[in-house]
Design a protein around this ligand. Structure first.
Ligand code: UDP
Length: 689
């Protein structure tokens, strides 16, 4: 019974079989000599809580205050209301020091550089981050194109894609010894001369062989998307040949999200350090046309291509293999609260963290399912959990042991944290709201707003005690809610006429009372602890530990086969099983039949009420996938990771529509995955293959 065994706790019984399997395989500490477990799941939560509460000592908190906070941290984790990202769970209080999941590493056009930003410096940084369970993102656009000259050797450059292959192999090698497989994001901006090779680097014959440890994304700009719509040509630019150090910098500047002050103070001083560029020292805000004139004079334009054709290639690739995705570089930078620190060119592997060079971010997610009580939302409980979660995440920055000093410096300058969610789909089911309904999108929108408000508020509270993040500038900091699209604007872009019901409006009416003007006043008065506070991560593993649906995704399938290292398992969604029991339909024959397709939407033998709410990823139209992503992105100062799942039979035109709409909806990045488009996929529908 309880209390008889050291470390036994009834809270362990909250963990599902799958959660225990995941925990024992990777998370619970073992004695390195005997390989015996030296902790239980509760001891793991305790280890993390203690380690992160201990940070408070540095800030002069008393012993009892530290202990109290440890109890709060322990409580929200052990009740599975909140979990930090995998590296925090695995590494807190151990010899390995990385507690964050997301990193962006710069890659300059040199083998190595004195300040450690060359191609092989990046490779080295990647290896140490992967070893400890972090994921890395890179923008390869600064590398000179294939066939270009290499002055020092009078040789010929092999181009960015060939270097990416080295990063890929290194990832493979390091994962053998590491705690989890390293993941990468490879970005190339649409103006690079090698863009076509990049777009095709993971499709067709190469899709199951090349760059398997990379997600790839094309960095696109408003000017490019507009050119696609109009059928215009766009230039390809050789980054080596232009004096404009970062060519697209100026393309973006021309579209006005950077103000004059910033250009004077930040860009120019930065350029001076780098050696300066005459043309820009003289210009203020240059237009795209002016930038082109400069590039032309420099002979940096290698070619003019039809934007439409390039876009078609991107769409074809994504339809065929899921890669490339798009990153909307202008949207990312326009809505970056600390835009005055420079331009963001890349994200972490799954896209939820657009970061400056060398920045890292630690994540954690709230389990929304736990906040449905008697058919209502426990808003007070949610707000309280948000508060402790933000404090915990902020402490992770101090508890982290950074593998490289550049990462430590960049991370501590902005102190970005990313509070996200999991269990949205299950929350919806418990509230009786179908995922693909206007009500569900409205709920997403309101939840995102509520979580952002309370996370931001807590970050102000922490700033009162511990100070603002060092790069905080009360005047320049941009409040992202001022550029959040209205809910009805989102519906309009999508061409949806339905309105949310009174039921969901009443359910979320508390959100309408939040006072963002007051929040801004407080920020200006007291400061802010974290440059960003939220981020919607995929929660691939922590949602299994929490026993809920992942992130903001719909259920994948009600019953399906999961391919894991040790074999194939048939899985039934436990919430679905509860409902089957309620209708006395929980017999093996029924379940087996359902597992053939994984869904019940068009099964006339299933109760109507169940068919309505148990919607799965491939039954939900791409429009509703996008709507949820758009709703969460409006109240998010980082990114929203989401897969727009498509049925196998969807044509390329669907991908085209999805990519265009994503841009218009103000989403920061978009990825599609068409069922069965790759031979290796982690989850398959049905038992009939
Ligand atoms: N990540 C990684 N390798 C993996 C899974 C995730 O490096 O195998 C990183 C990556 O940056 C990703 C982030 O962790 O974007 C968050 O992923 P997720 O939410 O799925 O992680 P979890 O905390 O659930 O393990």
């Amino acid at each position: 019974g309880k209390g008889n065994w050291k470390g036994f706790d009834e809270r362990d019984l909250l963990l599902t079989y799958n959660a225990l399997k995941v925990l024992e395989a990777r998370y619970l500490l073992k004695d390195p000599n005997t390989l015996r477990y030296i902790e239980t799941p509760q001891m793991m939560f305790r280890r993390v809580a203690k380690h992160l509460a201990n940070v408070e000592r540095q800030y002069g908190r008393s012993e009892s205050e530290v202990k109290q906070l440890e109890e709060k941290f322990y409580k929200i984790m052990s009740e599975l209301k909140f979990l930090p990202n995998t590296p925090t769970l695995m590494n807190s209080g151990t010899r390995l020091g990385i507690l964050s999941a997301c990193f962006v590493i710069p890659v300059r056009d040199s083998m190595i550089t004195p300040n450690g930003e060359g191609i092989y410096d990046a490779l080295r940084a990647m290896a140490v981050v992967h070893q400890q369970g972090g994921g890395t993102g890179f923008d390869f656009s600064e590398l000179r194109p294939k066939g270009d000259i290499v002055a020092s050797t009078a040789g010929v450059a092999s181009g960015p894609v060939s270097f990416m292959r080295i990063f890929d192999v290194s990832t493979d090698v390091v994962k053998q010894g590491g705690k989890r497989r390293g993941a990468n994001m490879g970005v190339m901006h649409v103006w690079h001369p090698d863009i076509e090779e990049f777009i095709k680097s993971k499709t067709g014959q190469l899709k199951d062989t090349q760059l398997q440890n990379f997600n790839i994304s094309v960095g696109v700009y408003d000017y490019f998307m507009q050119a696609v719509e109009r059928g215009d040509v766009v230039p390809l630019i050789n980054p080596r040949k232009t004096k404009i150090a970062d060519w697209d910098y100026y393309m973006s500047k021309a579209r006005g999200y950077m103000n004059e002050e910033w250009i004077q103070e930040v860009i120019l001083s930065e350029l001076e350090e780098k050696g300066g560029t005459v043309d820009l020292a003289e210009s203020k805000i240059i237009t795209i046309d002016e930038a082109l004139v400069i590039a032309e004079k420099e002979n940096a334009i290698t070619q003019w291509v039809n934007a439409r054709n390039l876009f078609d290639e991107i769409v074809k690739g994504a339809w065929d293999s899921g890669d490339p995705g798009l990153l909307f570089i202008d949207t990312i930078n326009r809505r970056h609260p600390v835009w005055y620190l420079g331009k963001i060119n890349a994200t972490n592997p799954c896209g939820e963290e657009p970061l400056l060079p060398w920045e890292s971010c630690n994540l954690g997610s709230i389990n929304l399912e736990k906040f449905v009580v008697d058919g209502k939302i426990d808003w007070d409980g949610l707000a309280e959990t948000i508060r402790y979660a933000v404090r915990l995440l902020d402490n992770v920055i101090d508890a982290n042991r950074y593998p490289l000093k550049q990462i430590e410096e960049a991370t501590k300058k902005t102190r970005k944290v990313g509070l996200g969610v999991m269990g949205l789909a299950r929350m919806l089911i418990k509230l009786g709201i179908p995922y693909d309904s206007v009500d569900a999108v409205y709920l997403s929108y309101q939840l995102a707003k509520f979580i952002y408000y309370h996370a931001f508020k807590e970050s102000i509270e922490i700033a009162k005690e511990k100070g603002s993040f060092p790069a905080y500038d009360a005047k320049l900091y941009k409040d992202i809610w001022e550029s959040a699209k209205d809910f009805y604007e989102i519906l309009e872009i999508m061409g949806i006429k339905d309105k949310p019901s009174d039921y969901v409006k009443k359910l979320t009416s508390i959100v309408d009372k939040l006072d963002f003007d007051k929040l801004k006043e407080d920020r200006i008065k007291y400061g802010l602890r974290n440059a960003t506070v939220v981020s919607v991560a995929p929660t691939g593993t922590i949602s299994i530990i929490a026993g809920t649906s992942s992130s903001i995704e719909p259920l994948f399938a009600l019953a399906f086969i999961r391919n894991v290292a040790v074999g194939k398992f048939m899985e039934i969604d436990p919430l679905f099983l509860d409902y089957l029991r309620k209708y006395e339909l929980d017999n093996p024959e029924v379940v087996k039949k359902i597992a053939e397709t994984g869904m019940i939407g068009d099964n006339p033998f299933m109760p109507k009420s169940m068919r309505k709410v148990f919607r799965t990823a491939h039954e939900v139209s791409p429009e509703y996938h996008l709507l949820h992503q758009a709703a969460w992105q409006q109240w998010n100062d980082s990114g929203t990771s989401k897969t727009i799942n498509l049925r196998s039979e969807e044509p390329p035109e669907t991908v085209e529509r999805v990519y265009m709409l994503a841009w218009k909806l103000g989403i920061k990045g978009v990825t599609v995955y068409r069922d069965k488009s790759k031979s290796q996929q982690v989850i398959y529908f049905g038992i009939k293959k």
